[in-house]
Design a protein around this ligand. Structure first.
Ligand SMILES: [Zn+2]
Length: 416
């Protein structure tokens, strides 16, 4: 098994121009004494929207790693893959996010729930877990209900996992299981049952992405009950430590937080929990590097600013179409979106401040930011014009990318 390091941080790079700028943030953090490894992730959906192929991610990552002399670990994540989509990722990835959310709530085969209950009598009754204040109390019916909801998803993870083992000729890769893209959050007792089922499937899961309570909208802060999140997050950590011992899962198994970028209000909660428990973390960002490209082009002025404004205006005119695929992960108040003539009159720094995620800045506009977040297809359509501007403005764009990851994400998460 390829071992995932204690702290890992997933970065996306839709247009494959920012890997070095991203890696510089990890170097700065390493210089502060905190070892976090980069994981470059790109989903099948993203490749389809942008028109790229999975090997391009490995190539860009390797070029950055070699160019900057990065000697620590790094990985390439086939993000949110399924049995139907994994094949073209096998050669060029060492990290696979097995997305089984679609199977949640679908019934497993006849007799499977009873068989699960038969294998796991320890899940029924009063469950005392170190680090959880009140024991979980479960009846056989509770376990059956939860198993009925998640067993097929765990079996699905097993099928995808074994398929990758077959294709790779062994288990020398990192497996993440993701259940975040679904309607209702998984509670800590549910997580325990899910982990038992994954262990039954012999999935060597090293990181798991549950859906947490609250809203994890793309590119903006968490919306929800912080006290409840803190309790759940800490209980999830306790459940994972318990499951590792009980079910023989990999000892480095850890939580993965998806859409984890920009969740500024959660970072102190997570930082304290990690310090207290010694647990690891994988935090996957929500493709926000592309927003830093727009910020950099705005700051650059000239043709960069012209294109950034064009992208905004186009997005405004196609807001329904662009937002539809992301309806469950954005909350845009359309009355806060400035019209084309207003944005047309803005300076580069003014537009940059509307997009840049500094909530206390008077220019910041979370609605503009979210709309642009889902509008990367518009830049993809601009093609060479967009990419040439990225190259021409590499220094100013790269600076935004590095600063965003290091200052606004890594420091609050890992240093405080
Ligand atoms: Zn996800």
């Amino acid at each position: 098994m390829r071992v995932l390091e204690r702290f890992s941080f997933g970065v996306g790079d839709r247009f494959a121009h920012q890997a070095a700028a991203q890696l510089r943030a990890f170097q700065k953090l390493a210089a502060d004494g905190v070892d976090v490894v980069p994981v470059w992730n790109k989903s099948n959906r993203e490749h389809t929207f942008v028109g790229s192929e999975p090997p391009s991610v490995l190539k860009a990552a390797r070029t950055a790693v070699e160019g900057l002399g990065w000697s620590r670990g790094w990985h390439v994540d086939a993000d949110h893959i399924r049995l139907e989509t994994v094949d073209r990722f096998v050669e060029c990835s060492d990290f696979f996010t097995l997305d089984v959310a679609d199977s949640i709530g679908k019934p497993p085969g006849p007799g499977e729930v009873e068989a699960f209950l038969g294998r796991h009598p320890e899940l029924v009754g009063e469950l005392r877990i170190a680090g959880v204040e009140k024991p979980f109390v479960t009846s056989p019916e509770d376990v059956k209900r939860v198993a009925g909801k998640y067993l097929l998803a765990a079996q699905d993870a097993g099928r995808i996992y074994r398929h990758i083992v077959d294709k790779k000729g062994g288990e020398d890769f990192i497996a993440e299981v993701s259940m975040d893209e679904t309607d209702s959050p998984q509670t800590p007792p549910e997580l325990l049952i899910i982990l038992a089922a994954l262990a039954d499937e012999k999935v060597r899961v090293q990181t798991i992405a549950p859906k947490f309570t609250g809203r994890f909208n793309k590119g903006v802060d968490y919306v929800g009950d912080l006290v409840q999140f803190e309790r759940e997050f800490n209980e999830d950590l306790a459940v994972i430590a318990h499951a590792v011992g009980q079910y023989g899962l990999p000892s480095n198994l850890k939580l993965s937080v998806h859409s984890g970028s920009d969740k500024f209000s959660l970072y102190p909660v997570i930082r304290h929990a990690l310090a207290r428990t010694g647990a690891g973390l994988h935090l996957k960002t929500a493709g926000t590097t592309w927003l830093e490209e727009l910020i950099g082009l705005s700051e650059a002025g000239g043709d960069g600013l012209v294109l950034a404004k064009e992208i905004y205006v186009y997005a405004l005119e196609h807001v329904d179409e662009l937002c539809a695929p992301y309806a469950s992960v954005i909350d845009i108040n359309r009355s806060n979106l400035p019209d084309a003539s207003e944005v047309g009159s803005w300076s580069g720094p003014r537009l940059a401040s509307a997009i840049r995620h500094i909530p206390t800045h008077p220019g910041f506009n979370a609605d503009v930011r979210q709309l642009l977040h889902v509008s990367f297809k518009v830049a993809a359509k601009a093609g060479a014009r967009y990419l040439d501007l990225l190259k021409a403005n590499e220094a100013i764009v790269g600076k935004q990318v590095t600063e965003n990851i290091y200052e606004r994400h890594m420091r609050p998460l890992f240093i405080g």
